[in-house]
Design a protein around this ligand. Structure first.
Ligand code: SF4
Length: 66
């Protein structure tokens, strides 16, 4: 199982994650910080999850195998 996590303390609200994977990430309305929508992305969502990880300027998103 691949798990997705997002560190809101590291997030600066740039929004690249929601741009690259809008089905996996959103941003809150107050500060624009990341909101993780699914922590166990389906296999067909992994490419967009990896694009979001690569695009995050603060390395706030991680994908880990469990
Ligand atoms: S791309 Fe990174 S810094 Fe930007 S909103 Fe998403 S988690 Fe936060």
């Amino acid at each position: 199982m691949i798990r997705l996590s997002a560190d809101r303390d590291a997030c600066r609200g740039a929004g690249q994650c929601a741009f690259h994977a809008p089905d996996l990430f959103d941003q809150d309305e107050e500060e624009g910080l990341v909101v993780l929508l699914h922590d166990e992305p389906a296999d067909d969502r992994l490419p967009s999850a990896r694009r979001a990880v690569a695009a995050c300027p603060n390395r706030a998103i991680t994908l880990t195998a469990s």
